[in-house]
Design a protein around this ligand. Structure first.
Ligand code: FAD
Ligand code: DHB
Length: 391
């Protein structure tokens, strides 16, 4: 088999890149380790920057997003017993974010790919990347019957997330990585109940961080900070709802509608960046190259901005036979990545309880939050990062 771009991973970055390339007539094959149902069942991000929405539109996969996505003009920061609203739209000259689940983004892109008759091979194993330091790379994999296949290509796009094979295929010493683990995770719950508020509420509380989010006017998404080694089994629905409400201001707690959860999982928090994001004909994209803690809602949006830069480079490569865009990919992507890494680290540091910082750390957080919600300059800095920095 042969294709122009072999894409490893059928998450949002692989699917989006595939759809954009299809739009300019470039062939792709996507190799995915999991089943289609498993990929679609993973509940993750919920907040899209305008640039991400625009790119999904360019890929022809934004009809349902435009019809069902919820435009949000602000968020609230809750501390000291009350919620303080940040009017992001007013502070950024009219920008907003869109609340629309990653599960839906993935489904829309998959359906578009299937409707175009493009190939995705699910349930692959032993995916291996070869000869990407030269002009004739190829990928091998085993299908679900154990038969080995080989795909020759011009370029390999490593869109296979943090645990994928692409980054691990880079020769030792060619990568420099930067990492910070946080001593806590997020326990997330989905429930078919109306959200506590029409916008998101990020809460700093002495018992730990909490977040009120949503997927639709009938479906709520809530998170609470838990220790890094916590097991989800010890969290009954009752315990979750009690803990969530204890961490929210009284007015918000009273507005929480309780119901049975239909999804409950714990995600670890870490910051991670691997540099560079290109090795010859192999390009790392999205979570394969970087992870941010979810507090700033940036992971999926960064995956989309990497795709935007790589797509521009590949268009030049295939249309004009110019390498210039591909040569610039890593530096351009990383400049934006590090700003989001900084923002996500800052939001995480300001809003979570850190075991080691004690009362001094808590007072510093309170001072920072108080300053943030009362200073237009500080609120503007938060707002312009949250809605998404320019490309
Ligand atoms: P992934 O989604 O990880 O996709 C990689 C794909 O590659 C997977 O399908 C995987 O099965 C496949 N794969 C892996 N290894 C192999 C292999 N060897 N061979 C073949 N295929 C392979 N981001 C935001 O922007 N906003 C938010 O609000 C937000 N909230 C979040 C909340 C939580 C609880 C979590 C966990 C994450 C959140 N994120 C958020 C982050 C966001 O979900 C990720 O950044 C995003 O999924 C990255 O997309 P990706 O396509 O790069 O990687
Ligand atoms: C959601 C996730 C986030 O990380 C965030 O900052 C806001 C919302 C969500 O899943 O809805």
């Amino acid at each position: 088999m042969r294709t122009q771009v072999a894409i490893i991973g059928s998450g949002p970055s692989g699917l989006l890149l595939g759809q954009l390339l299809a739009g300019i007539g470039v062939e792709t094959i996507i190799l995915e380790r999991s089943s289609r149902a498993h990929v679609l069942g993973r509940v993750r991000a919920g907040v899209l920057e305008q640039g991400t929405v625009d790119l999904l539109g360019e890929a022809g996969a934004a009809d349902r997003l435009h019809a069902q996505g919820l435009q949000h003009a602000g968020i609230s920061l809750a501390f000291d017993g009350r919620a303080h609203r940040i009017d992001m739209t007013a502070l950024t000259g009219g920008k907003h974010v869109t609340v629309y689940g990653q599960t839906e983004v993935t489904l829309d892109l998959m359906q578009k790919r299937e409707a175009s008759g493009l190939v995705t091979v699910f349930e692959t194993s032993n995916v291996a990347l070869h000869d990407f330091d030269g002009a004739f790379p190829f990928v091998t994999y085993d299908d679900r019957d154990g038969v080995t296949h080989r795909i020759g290509c011009d370029v390999i796009a490593g869109c296979d997330g943090y645990h994928g094979v692409s980054r691990r295929s880079v020769p030792e010493g060619a990568l420099k990585s930067f990492e910070r683990q946080y001593p806590f995770g997020w326990l997330g719950v989905l429930a078919e109940v109306p959200p506590a508020d029409h916008e998101l509420i990020y809460a700093n509380h002495e018992r730990g961080f909490a977040l009120c989010s949503m997927r639709s006017p009938q479906r709520s998404r809530y998170y609470v900070q838990v220790p890094a080694d916590e097991r989800v089994e010890v969290w009954s629905d009752d315990r979750f709802w009690d803990e969530l409400r204890r961490r929210l201001p009284p007015q918000t707690a009273a507005a929480v509608t309780i119901g049975p959860s239909f999804e409950k999982s714990i995600a670890p928090l870490r910051s991670f960046v691997a540099e560079p994001m290109r090795f010859g004909r192999l390009f790392l994209v999205g979570d394969a190259a970087h992870i941010v803690p979810p507090t700033g809602a940036k992971g999926l949006n960064l995956a989309a901005s990497d795709v935007r830069y790589l797509f521009a480079g590949l268009r030049e490569f295939f249309s004009d036979r110019s390498q210039a865009g591909l040569d610039a990919y890593s530096a351009k992507a990383l400049a934006r990545v590090w700003k989001a890494v900084r923002f996500s680290w800052w939001m995480t540091t300001m809003l979570h309880r850190f075991p080691e910082t004690g009362e001094f750390g808590q007072r510093i957080q309170e001072a920072e939050l108080d300053y943030l919600v009362h200073s237009k300059a500080a609120s503007t800095a938060l707002a312009e990062n949250y809605v998404g920095l320019p490309y």
